[in-house]
Write a protein that binds this ligand. Structure first.
Ligand code: DAH
Length: 357
């Protein structure tokens, strides 16, 4: 027994890894291991012999098992130490001097818009970019024959031959998120819905994918006056000016009644845009009172509730605010452009800390 003890404790001490340890365990205390076989011989012994050999064998087995456990823990510690040595990080090193990446102007402006509307109690809602034909059009009071469908240059998703289900589209605006928000949260409601939209169009001011932000406020006593105040507050905060004049022009959208397009007073003196002064007007968004049919499509009782909505182009207001001349460059991923027009990722826009700095 002393020989067995010396042999196995020696082997355990030498074991290089967990696999070696397991082999030793099997050959010592496994079902057919040497110690286990010795224990089976107890039956053949005289009672006197057994009284000596039994406890001694059990003690040996215990000793081998605890040596195995201790060695296993030791190996695990050593492995962890080795790993920590290779993964160390010098946190006292200075950061790289040159800025590596920047926030895209679209991300920056989305954050700015979100910060401003959050302050006025609007939550952010999102919807899918691959949208049902119904949410994108019908629910917004744009039936199948409506000219707005053709005007929007819609991308339709491919359908397998014989598939007669209603088609899906790449959403042409963020307005379907109005419907989804009403379906999900009901009234009262106050949300903005920023996100990517798609239209088959390409020139200096149009790209097949661009970004919009939708606004929707539903309550019992909401009017165009509330819309006007909210938009004025937004424009002042966004363009970082003390005062701004808005012009509401009567317009038409299928999903609002009445509808208005909103212009801001500006000047283009010297080729740069100044908001809030001058003799020019710049169109920045579409808006209106939510059409009763749209409320009903969102399962909201239009006898009880009413609301306003607006939609504007994020890329467009980014171009205006930051003087970016060509929309197509937004999506070129040209590093020189991104370094020039990008924003520091650590300057989170807030109303109190400054929007754009
Ligand atoms: N969905 C419109 C578009 O893409 C923009 C719009 C106009 C949204 C008026 C609105 C609205 O919510 O009330 O051209």
């Amino acid at each position: 027994m002393d020989d067995l003890k010396a042999k196995y404790l020696g082997q355990i001490a030498e074991a290089a890894d967990e696999n070696a340890l397991e082999t030793i365990r099997v050959s010592a205390v496994g079902k057919k291991g040497e110690v286990s076989l010795k224990m089976r011989e107890l039956g053949k012994m005289t009672p006197d012999e057994r009284q000596v050999a039994g406890p001694a064998l059990n003690a040996l087995k215990d000793e081998i098992n605890s040596a195995l456990a201790a060695k296993k823990a030791g190996l695990a510690d050593a492995a962890l130490d080795a790993r920590l040595r290779t993964e160390w990080l010098d946190v006292t090193l200075p950061t790289r001097a040159t800025r590596q990446g920047t926030l895209h102007p679209v991300s920056q402006v989305t954050e700015e818009v979100t910060a401003i509307f959050a302050e006025m109690g609007f939550a952010v809602a999102e919807g899918p970019r691959i949208e049902t034909d119904w949410h994108n059009f019908d629910a917004l009071n744009i039936p199948g024959h409506h000219p707005a469908r053709a005007e929007m240059d819609t991308f339709y998703m491919h359908r397998a031959e014989g598939d007669n289900r209603p088609p899906h589209v790449l959403r042409t605006h963020t307005s379907p998120v109005q419907i989804r928000s009403m379906e999900q949260a009901g009234a009262p409601l106050r949300v903005i819905c920023p996100g990517g939209v798609y239209r088959a169009d390409y020139d200096q001011t149009h790209t097949p994918m661009f970004h919009q932000v939708e606004g929707l406020a539903i309550d019992k006593n909401i009017s165009m006056a509330n819309l006007k105040w909210v938009l004025e507050e937004f424009v002042k905060a966004f363009f970082e000016v003390d005062d701004v004049e808005l012009r509401f022009r009567a317009s038409h959208f299928p999903f609002t009644e009445p509808s208005a397009e909103v212009d801001i007073r500006c000047s283009w003196e010297g080729g740069t845009l100044k908001v809030g002064e001058g003799d020019d007007w710049l169109e920045i968004l579409g808006s209106g009172m939510v059409h009763p049919k749209v409320l009903e499509a969102g399962n909201i009782d239009s006898n009880e509730w009413q609301g306003f909505a607006f939609g504007m182009g994020i890329d467009r207001i980014a171009m205006l605010k930051y003087g970016i001349p060509d929309l197509r460059a937004f999506f070129d991923s040209d590093l020189r452009w991104l370094r020039h027009y990008g924003f520091s990722a650590l300057d989170v826009p807030t109303l109190h800390g400054g929007l754009s700095r």
